[in-house]
Design a protein around this ligand. Sequence first.
Ligand code: PRP
Length: 193
Amino acid sequence: MSMLQDIQEVFYSQEDLAQIANRLGHQISHDYKDRNLLIVSVLKGSVIFMADLMRSITIPCKIDFITASSYHAGTESSGKVSVTDELSVKDVHGYDILIVEDILDTGRTLQKLSDIFNKKGAASVKICTLLDKPERRDPSVRIKPTYVGAEVRNEFVVGYGLDFDQKYRNLPFIGILKPEVYNTETQNEEESH
Ligand code: PRP
């Protein structure tokens, strides 16, 4: 069984995604030229974008990872963001942190992470997100992304790190998931409860 049959439409091809990572990587290399850049990838969704983005960055930088999660099985955010694994860099003083995300949706995850790094005394905290869904933003969220790959409509996108129920992350492109896939799974879950 192929994952491709669950995809309604390819939204961003591998070529589109490579171009986005290159464009953002060049911009970041320029903006952080004389800074102390620490790129923080938010697991798991950002892992593929991070790998491409960091290879487009031409200035010296450090990388680190943090695990945050707000979506559980379904398509809707639980509203609660849990940060499970912390950075390996314990003292962020003096670092210009760039948080790398696959998607900015309600914004609660990035609000929470920005607050944590600012409280810990980072020199600066900025956001680079591959996708932005502005129409989904929680009105209480104050953060704004500095670097955005593309704005997307409110459709359920998967691939290139983005999942549905932990699957489809390994698709090399970003596609729209057929609604019957998540409707069937939601139905099955309800039936089994
Ligand atoms: C997704 C995505 C972001 C977050 C965005 O992560 O990777 O971290 O949701 O949503 P928000 O703007 O509404 O907070 P998820 O919780 O699904 O975990 P994952 O990265 O492991 O897929």
